[in-house]
Design a binder for this molecule. Structure first.
Ligand code: NAX
Length: 325
C-alpha cells in the first residue's frame, strides 16, 4: 500500500477548513490512490469545535483517511507533514488598519514557518490561503531557512477560477474550453486578471470580447468578487476557496495540462521586471511536483501599468513587516 501523505490544515474548524478537510479525505486533492493522515491545527478556543470536525470526518469512514491529528501545538501539527495548507488567520476587525492586520498576521505566519522548518518533511509543499496571503507566505518562507522559497506559495487560484468563470459566461463557452488565464500580483483588489494570452478552444479570447467590457466590467468584477459574495451570502467565500486550494495543490503535484498554465503566488525572482523579495502571482506550468514561471510573454503598456500597481501594494505590505523577515 502507498504510504499515507500527511496533510496539515490550519484553521481547520473555520469555514474554509471545514469545506477542505472532507474533500482532501475523499481523495480530491492527492488522488484516489493516495491515503492521507490529516493534521488539523487550531487555536485553543476552537479545539472543542475541532473535535466535532474530527468526529464527522471519522463518521464518513473515508477509505483513504488513515488518521487525524487534532492539535493547537504547531510542533505536533507540522510533524512529518508533506503538505501544509495555511488557512487560519486573524480576520480584519472593525476600524483595523491594513498595516495592523498585516503585522498581526505576521505573528501567526512567522512561528508557523519556523515550526514547519523544524518539524515538517524537508520536501514539504506549503500553500498559504489566510489573508493577506502573499505577504503571509513571504513571512512563513522567511522563517524557514532550511527550506527553499519555492516550497512556499500563495493562493490566487480562486481569482484565476473566478476569471475563467466570468469569461466563460460572457462568451457562452465552457470553463474547460478556456486556457492560459493569468492573475498577476496580489490576492487583493489590485490583482490584475489578464486575458491577453487566453484562448477559447484554441482561438484568442480577446477577439471574443470588447475592450470596454474587459477593462470596465471584467477586471473590477474579478478583483471585487470576494466582496460581492460577502454581500450576497453574508459570509465570505468558503467552498469555492476550498475548491481552489485543492486545485492549487493538485495542479502543483500532478501538473498542468499540455498547452495550459495556472496562476500561483510565488517568490519573485526578478522576472517580468518584478522586484525580488515579494510573493507575486504569475502564470506557471507545473510538472513533476515543481513549477516553472511561463517565460517571455509580451507585456503591453496596459498590462505593465496594472502589474506596477499591484507590485507597489506588495512592496508596501513587505515594508510593514520588514522586521519579521
Ligand atoms: P474563519 O474565521 O471561518 O476561520 C479561520 C479559522 O482559523 C478559525 O477557526 C480560527 O480559530 C483559526 N485560526 C486563527 N488563528 C489561527 C492560528 N494561529 N493557528 C491555527 N488556526 C487559527 O475564516 P475562513 O473563512 O475559513 O477564512 C480563512 C482565511 O482565508 C481568511 O484569512 C480569509 O481572508 C482567507 N481567504 C483567502 C482567500 C484566497 O483566495 N487567498 C479566499 C477566501 C478567504 O477570504
Amino acid at each position: 500500500m502507498t504510504a499515507p501523505a500527511r496533510v496539515a490544515i490550519t484553521g481547520a474548524a473555520g469555514n474554509i477548513g471545514y469545506a477542505l478537510a472532507f474533500r482532501i479525505a475523499a481523495g480530491d486533492m492527492l488522488g484516489p490512490d493516495q491515503p492521507v493522515i490529516l493534521h488539523l491545527l487550531e487555536i485553543p478556543p476552537a479545539l472543542g469545535a475541532l473535535s466535532g470536525v474530527t468526529m464527522e470526518l471519522n463518521d464518513c469512514a473515508f477509505p483513504l483517511l488513515h488518521g487525524i491529528v487534532g492539535t493547537a501545538d504547531t510542533g505536533e501539527g507540522f510533524d512529518g507533514v508533506d503538505y501544509a495548507l495555511l488557512v487560519g488567520a486573524k480576520p480584519r476587525g472593525k476600524g483595523m488598519e491594513r498595516g495592523d492586520l498585516i503585522a498581526d498576521n505576521g505573528k501567526i505566519f512567522g512561528p508557523q514557518g519556523k515550526a514547519i522548518n523544524d518539524n515538517a518533511s524537508p520536501d514539504i509543499r506549503v500553500l498559504v490561503v489566510g489573508n493577506p496571503a502573499n505577504t503571509n507566505c513571504l513571512i512563513a518562507a522567511s522563517s524557514a531557512p532550511k527550506l527553499d522559497r519555492r516550497q512556499f506559495t500563495a493562493m490566487t487560484r480562486l481569482d484565476h477560477n473566478r476569471a475563467i468563470s466570468q469569461l466563460a459566461e460572457k462568451t457562452s463557452a465552457h470553463s474547460t474550453e478556456i486556457a492560459r488565464m493569468t492573475i498577476w500580483g496580489n490576492h487583493s483588489a489590485t490583482q490584475y486578471p489578464d486575458i491577453s494570452n487566453c484562448t477559447i478552444e484554441g482561438a484568442a479570447a480577446a477577439d471574443r470580447v470588447d475592450d470596454g467590457w474587459y477593462r470596465e466590467t471584467f477586471i473590477p468584477k474579478v478583483q471585487k468578487r470576494g466582496a460581492e459574495i460577502i454581500g450576497a451570502r453574508g459570509a465570505s467565500s468558503a467552498a469555492s476557496a476550498a475548491s481552489a486550494a485543492i486545485d492549487h495543490v493538485r495542479t502543483w503535484v500532478h501538473g498542468t495540462p499540455d498547452g495550459d498554465w495556472t496562476s500561483m503566488g510565488v517568490a519573485a525572482d526578478g522576472g517580468y521586471g518584478i522586484e525580488e523579495g515579494i510573493v507575486f502571482s504569475r502564470p506557471v506550468t507545473c510538472a513533476d511536483g515543481d513549477y516553472t514561471v511561463v517565460p517571455d510573454l509580451d507585456i503591453s503598456d496596459f498590462s505593465r501599468e496594472r502589474m506596477n500597481a499591484t507590485e507597489a501594494e506588495l512592496r508596501e505590505e513587505r515594508a510593514a513587516v520588514e522586521d519579521l523577515l
